[in-house]
Design a protein around this ligand. Structure first.
Ligand SMILES: [Cu+2]
Length: 507
């Protein structure tokens, strides 16, 4: 017998009793969006929480730069530090402490900055209360046994050292987050995620632009200031919160002078929020993707950043007044009521002073070469589906790749190190699924929808790509290092429910 999915009834009982199952049944009904008290701003709550307006968070505070993780090595070429995951508190609302999980008592976690060619040795101390965890180095070219896979959990109370080298050419905007079996979604939304920037030895972007990481997270607070558990709606759609935060703050303020250019690294570290972003009164130029710089800058009016994706921008502030980073509507497919209000959120406000800046050096026309991965010798096809059926014991819901839910004891694909492969990701489901592959970066070569094939506008290194519902994405990839690697949907609730597989890369 093959397991087609999992029983929501059993899961619902484990989570919150019969209310969740009732919720599940109501979610299946149509026309719920127009029910009184269910205005779309209150995303993904159960019925009880939905009637309640989300807490107001202070806005307009000065943007906090992410605190740097200090390098304790004391010599160049080595980055050595300690990351401790533990329970902590954060003050999102005046007078109310919210229990969170944090790395080194801060959420988002400290910014790790190291250089191409460095060796990295980070001791991870899991001081959570009774939960296993790992540190996954998202997008980074690290050996399989250093990648914080679910197969290598760190028990509560235990330490382990993650050690790896940062190869030449690996400069880029990576991040780190837990990846333990069955606990990733919750550990991330409770606060465990941080940015890891690998710097180039010779960086073509003018230093006068600065370099600021902006990490987006998605907060939901209950009336008592706690973070509510996931509901059935969250499990189906992915957890969408009430407040998109930037470096832990709601709509913070950044002051610049007129004519300034700023280098910004945008991180979608939310569990499931799709961010279609635009800058009002400022011009965006894309200079980098998940795995580092593009070949040449590309002007952009808007950017779709799906969960786990990153983009590197140069933003030119040439008009005085307020330049705001806002969200546009994006329909990524939603099951049941409570589709979040995605449009019109102001994430960041930049105050552009009248006083002109010192003249900014121009952005170079060429950033770095990217060699195409070339002709694949192997091809794979991964089909994403959702199944949902009512049976006597409840609703059976499945999120599957090639008809299967994740099984840690099963190898789904056997690959060979150094071989170029074509991966065709087919989304036959009703929701978009951002696809992430561990261990390497890939190049998207085409998208297909309704028989129409389109090429991406530029070559880029990616480790996460959104596969819209009804769409097929073709990418080429090559794993250089042997070992077991995960691939999965980066809506973390979907990953948890089984939208994940293992590719065993053999030497
Ligand atoms: Cu998904």
């Amino acid at each position: 017998m093959h397991r087609r999915g999992f029983l929501v009834a059993g899961l619902a009982t484990a989570l919150s009793g019969s209310r969740a199952l009732a919720q599940m049944k109501m979610d299946g009904m149509s026309g719920m969006d127009s029910m009184p008290g269910m205005e779309s701003g209150h995303a993904g709550h159960d019925m009880g929480a939905m009637a309640q307006a989300p807490a107001a968070l202070p806005e307009g505070e000065a943007l906090r730069e992410l605190p740097l993780l200090a390098n304790e090595a004391g010599r160049s070429g080595l980055f050595r530090a300690r990351l401790t995951a533990e329970a902590s508190t954060a003050r999102f609302v005046e007078g109310q402490d919210t229990p969170i999980l944090a790395y080194n008592s801060t959420s988002p976690g400290p910014l790790i900055e190291a250089y191409e060619g460095d060796r990295v040795e980070i001791t991870f101390a899991n001081r959570t209360e009774g939960e296993q965890s790992t540190v996954h180095w998202h997008g980074m070219p690290v050996p399989a046994d250093q990648d914080g896979n679910p197969m290598d959990p760190v028990a509560a109370g235990a330490d382990r050292v993650y050690a790896f080298e940062l190869p030449e050419g690996s400069a880029g905007s990576y991040w780190y987050h837990p990846h333990p079996h069955g606990r990733t979604s919750e550990q991330v939304y409770r606060g465990l995620a941080g940015a890891f920037v690998v710097k180039a030895k010779a960086d073509p972007i003018p230093a006068a632009y600065g370099d600021t990481a902006l990490m987006f997270t998605d907060l939901r607070l209950a009336a008592d200031g706690s973070m509510p558990d996931n509901t059935m709606t969250d499990l189906m759609n992915g957890r969408v919160g009430d407040h998109v935060l930037v470096n832990g703050q709601k709509n913070p303020k950044l002051a610049v002078t007129l004519g300034a250019k700023r280098r910004l690294r945008l991180y979608n570290a939310t569990n499931a929020r799709f961010l279609r972003l635009a800058f009002a009164n400022a011009a965006m130029t894309v200079i980098g993707s998940d795995g580092g710089l593009l070949e040449a800058p590309v002007a952009a009016d808007e950017i779709l950043l799906s969960p786990a994706e990153r983009v590197e921008l140069v933003v030119a502030f040439d008009k005085p007044g307020a330049a705001t980073l806002t969200t546009l509507d994006y329909d990524r497919g939603w099951m049941g009521p409570g589709r979040p209000a995605d449009a019109g959120l102001t994430l960041l406000t930049v105050d552009v002073a009248d006083m002109p800046a010192e003249a900014m050096p121009p952005l170079p026309e060429r950033l770095r070469p990217i060699a195409p991965l070339g002709q694949p010798t192997v091809s794979r096809r991964l089909v994403f589906t959702e199944t949902m059926a009512m049976n006597p014991t409840g609703m059976e819901m499945g999120f599957l790749i090639n008809g299967k839910a994740f099984d840690m004891a099963r190898v789904d694909i056997v690959a060979r190190a150094g071989e170029t492969e074509l991966w065709e990701i087919v989304n036959q489901a009703d929701m978009d699924h951002p696809f992430h592959l561990h261990g390497t970066q890939f190049q998207v070569i085409e998208h297909e929808r309704d028989g129409k094939v389109s090429k991406p506008p530029y070559l880029a290194w990616k480790d996460t790509v959104n596969v819209a519902r009804g769409e097929t994405v073709r990418l080429v990839t090559r794993q250089e290092r042997p070992g077991a690697r995960m691939y999965h949907c980066h809506i973390l609730e979907h990953e948890q429910l089984g939208v994940m597989g293992i590719v065993d890369v053999q030497a």
